[in-house]
Each structure stands twice: as C-alpha cells, then as structure tokens.
Write a protein that binds this ligand. Structure first.
Ligand code: MRU
Length: 344
C-alpha cells in the first residue's frame, strides 16, 4: 500500500532483532504510526486490542508472534504456552489458527523453519490478495457502484486486501468505480479504515450509515456488494463483520449480486456449517463509547448511549451460503457450494 508516497505493509517482521512491526490501526485515520513489538506476548496483545485487525493481517501477525516465541525460547513448555496464548486472542478469523499451526509445526523442526514459515504465511497472504484483485476486477463494469462493509482492504491483510482489491484493480484499469462505505458500527472500520484507504488511492466514495444500504439498494443505486470473510465453512456459509448478514438479505431481495472475497486460508473445511463458527463477543464499551479527535485535535472519548444502559456486542455474524452469489478467491470465483472441491 502507498501511504504519503511510500510503500508499506500492514504487518512485517525483522529477523535481525526479532521485532514485529505494524501500522497502528487504532490510531487511524487520525494518526499514521508504526509500532514495533519485541516478543510474542506484545504481538499477541496487539492482536487482542486490534492494533492489527482483519483476518489476513491477524493471521500474519499471529504467525510472526509464534515465530518470535521460538526465537525467544525453544523450550517445549514455553512454545506450547505461547501457542495457546496467541490462539486465545481472537476466536473467529480462522487465518489466525492456520498461521499458528503452520509456524508451530515448522518450529518443531527448527527455529529458522518457524521464521521462514511465518514469512511464507505473510507472503502467501499478499500474493493471494493480489490475485483476488485480478479475478474480482473481471466482475466490475465501467462506473460500477459497489457497496462494502467493514474493512477488507490493505489494512485487513498484509497488502492489497480482498473485498477492496478488485476495486483497486478496476480503478487502475480506468473503470472509475464508486464505493458505498458502510460505517460499520460499533468500531467503525468502514468509516475510519476503508474510507482512509480509499482516500489514499483517490477512489470516489461516500461513507453511509449502516442502516442506509437497503435504501440505496432499493433505489437501484448499488450494482454489486463485495465483502470480506473471517471464516468460511465447508458448506459455503460465511462469517464476517456484524451487519454483513443484513446486507446480504437486502441485496438478495433486490437482486443485487453479493460477492465475498477471501483467500483459501479463510476456508475452514473442518467446520461443516456456519453454526459451528465461534462468534467473538467484544466489550460493550466499543458500542457505548466512541473515541476521536475534538475540534482542537485532542483525542477524547464520548458516551453514546443512555448512562446506565448496557450493550451487547457480537463482532461477527454468519451469512448463509444461499445468499452469496460467488466467492472470489486466489484460485478463481466459485459458488459457495463449489469451494470444497476447489480449495486446499
Ligand atoms: O474485527 P475485525 O476488524 O478484525 O474484523 C474483521 C474484518 O476485518 C472484517 O470482518 C472483514 O470484513 C473481513 S476480511 C478481513
């Protein structure tokens, strides 16, 4: 990704000093900062607190954390504890478990193998996203108006993204795409992160309230929907950011194509249907309060709900396979029920 004219990745690793680097996504879009993490506990906490977030970026960060643990101490108890700790950070995105398992298995051979495997996970993520962009671009026509939910762009992966990758390629090909950006309450990954990314690439877009999408669909103003995925079950059910299900239902009602873009590392063939996917419940404070700069630029937290009221905050929901037009992967575009035969 290009930020202020310079190329960045969302997360990367330096083997010289065993440091993991990340763009701090909590501070975006108001501040662009890179932070480094010196051990697996710090990297795991960055995942838990969403300094790094998004399925692919979480996977890469988790892989690096596992590699850091092997570098810190190869003792069996130490690395097993590290594996458990990293795996406990966020339960829904399967990319995290994919990366941890892969790096752990490589680490059983040698520490160098663990580091190489972690770097491979990150490189694979980047390359897969690039291909998703190419495949997805084939679905986008001139001047298409595309709705997306949450952030499945560069920031959610190591680079390129998934749902936004086709938009970037379409833009490079002069198709002039326009993006409706769902704000994506409670944390606002659409309004904060997707909008920031699209600004960096000068792509035409508007942020809309989460409950405005059906209005625009009903008026014939949305040509297609593309969202990302945190886990895809063997039957093609898709877990993605809370609110995705509503968009799929509305798109289906209005006959608007609803696509999911995800690499095969998001496909969980051990999970038979979406019913088995663990949905992360996050702190109610994410819903009841919001943080941002005041008029002087000072970061402040404000209360949004009636004092004394409590909230419920599921981070994801599951969209049934039958509402999904197609899944854009690095291996091609498939119907949800064709994934089992075509992935991994
Ligand atoms: O909770 P987050 O921000 O880690 O949410 C995950 C996501 O980024 C979205 O669900 C996204 O659409 C999936 S693709 C990375």
């Amino acid at each position: 990704m290009i930020v202020n004219g310079k190329h960045y990745k969302t997360v990367w690793y330096s083997s010289e000093d065993n440091l993991v680097y990340m763009i701090d996504q909590v501070k975006l879009p108001f501040k662009f900062e890179i932070i480094s993490f010196k051990n697996y506990v710090e990297t795991a906490e960055a995942i838990r607190t969403m300094i790094v977030r998004g399925a692919g970026a979480i996977g890469a960060a988790a892989g690096f954390a596992m590699a850091q643990a092997f570098v810190e101490n190869r003792d069996e108890d130490f690395v097993n504890k590290a594996k458990e700790y990293i795996s406990s950070t966020r339960p829904t995105a399967v990319n995290l478990f994919y990366a941890v398992e892969k790096v752990y298995a490589a680490g059983m051979v040698s520490t160098l193998e663990a580091v190489n495997a972690a770097v491979e996970v990150a490189e694979e993520d980047e390359e897969n996203c690039r291909r998703i962009g190419e495949y997805g671009n084939s679905l986008i026509g001139e001047n298409y108006r595309i709705l997306t939910h949450c952030n499945a762009g560069w920031l959610a992966f190591v680079d390129y993204g998934t749902a936004l990758a086709p938009v970037y390629v379409a833009n490079e090909n002069g198709k002039n795409p326009f993006v409706f950006v769902d704000e994506t309450r409670p944390r606002g990954q659409g309004a904060r992160l997707t909008a920031w990314e699209l600004n960096q690439s000068s792509i035409n877009h508007r942020v809309i309230a989460d409950n405005a999408a059906a209005f625009y669909m009903s008026g014939g103003r949305i040509d297609m929907v593309i969202v990302g995925a945190d886990r895809i079950a063997a039957n093609g059910d898709v877990a993605n950011k809370i609110g995705t299900l509503e968009k799929a239902i509305a798109a289906n009602y209005y006959g608007i194509p609803f696509y999911v873009a995800a690499p095969s590392s998001t496909f969980d063939r051990n999970c038979t249907s979406g019913k088995e996917i663990i949905i992360e419940e996050r702190d109610e404070r994410e819903l009841l309060y919001h943080t941002g700069p005041d008029r002087t630029g000072q970061m402040v937290e404000i209360q949004l709900a009636s004092p004394g009221s409590h909230g419920l905050n599921p981070a994801f929901d599951v969209t049934p396979a039958e509402l999904i037009t197609g899944i854009i992967t690095e291996k091609g575009i498939f119907k949800p029920n064709q994934l089992l035969d075509n992935l991994k």
